[in-house]
Ligand binder design. Sequence first.
Ligand SMILES: [Zn+2]
Ligand SMILES: [Zn+2]
Ligand SMILES: [Zn+2]
Ligand SMILES: [Zn+2]
Length: 430
Amino acid sequence: MPLADFQQATLQKCMQQQGCPLCRAIWQLDTKQFDWYVNDGVLDEETQQRVRRSLGFCVPHTLSLTLIEGSEFLWSHLGSCMVSVDVIEQELLPNLQKFLTAFGHNPLYALDWKVFSPLRHLVHQSECPLCFDHRQNETAYGEQFIQSFSSDVAFQHLYAQCDGLCIPHIQHMQKSLSEPHHLLKDIESHTQERSVSQAPAPLSLDQLKQWLGMLYGMDTLLWSDYISRVTVQISDTNAPFCLACQDEARETTLTLAAFLDHFEGASHTEESSNTALSLCNWHAWWVFKQCVRDSALLARIEPILRDVDTSLLHTGQQSERAFCHLCVWTSEQETVRVEGLQHLASGVQKQEQLCFWHTNIALYSVSNERDAERLVLALFHSAFLLSKRLEAYVQKCSQHLQDQMQPDEFVVWFDAVRWFVGSENAQFLL
Ligand SMILES: [Zn+2]
Ligand SMILES: [Zn+2]
Ligand SMILES: [Zn+2]
Ligand SMILES: [Zn+2]
């Protein structure tokens, strides 16, 4: 079957299911491709180099890979463990070692403020390869959608029956079409008619999910349905080894309720046009998950989403999708937390550990060389210990037939995920 026909058939199938058909079609293609990175791709030099250069994957994609890898019959995380070992041992540790050597042997160099720029570069992730692939798929299906919609009457009829495109994909269309396309009006008004905001209050959780998917895209909401494939019991995990992850105050601060307090407070002081809630699709899932845990939040979030709906669909106002209120807020909270770890900067010669996620955050607020060195040492220490544990598991697998993971190996794998994305984000798997 020619590619165009296959893509059109996929879109048509997706239009018969819930939510944005573009989101679903792209997600199906993503899932097929991403599999490569944790299966055959771990032995492919070019793929490995791409992953090393980007120091692994972004947070949502690190987590989505854990749901994709393995199969129903042979369940293990060998692939992602091999990727983690490779990134840490081939890229991160050698770079950190070089930095520490230069730091230790040349005190004048250490006093130079320029030291922070290369240091941040060392642990700063460049673009995630999966994000890149995802965007390619999005462009391909977006073009096919316009093509089919403008030339095929049966396709238009099917579209009239479906839930319509999500707002981010309507915005994607607006950007990619060089001149205003007459089809866009149809697509926009269709989404508007079907908007869940027309639903009477109180909202059900299912309606909330649909609404979030329509406003912010369905990406994470779609793959989070597969979470039952990975069941990590809290009782099977160790306490986090990262100092910042261990912070006991975290449980109470990073909640939707705390964010809403902050958001509603800020709304009163800002211009009303800036206050529509903007979220990435990862945090759209996070909002949903928090509402599942605490249904009282549903009533609080509903009027806020209604504002977003109004501002986007009725006045035609475009929000900047790259900006996410929750990404910004979370990062601010974590910065405060890391800064509060006074003992990291104290003179105690203890072998402290920091995860990759928190070191990245901490390096943006550190203001003196001594603290910077301690951060790097703590990162180095944690990365080194983790890679040794991962290596033991990978080696065992290459000597014997790959088997179901043993409980202690499961803990190692989970620690690796946690090290890359931070304990807070790894909660996704619990
Ligand atoms: Zn979409
Ligand atoms: Zn990514
Ligand atoms: Zn941490
Ligand atoms: Zn976000």
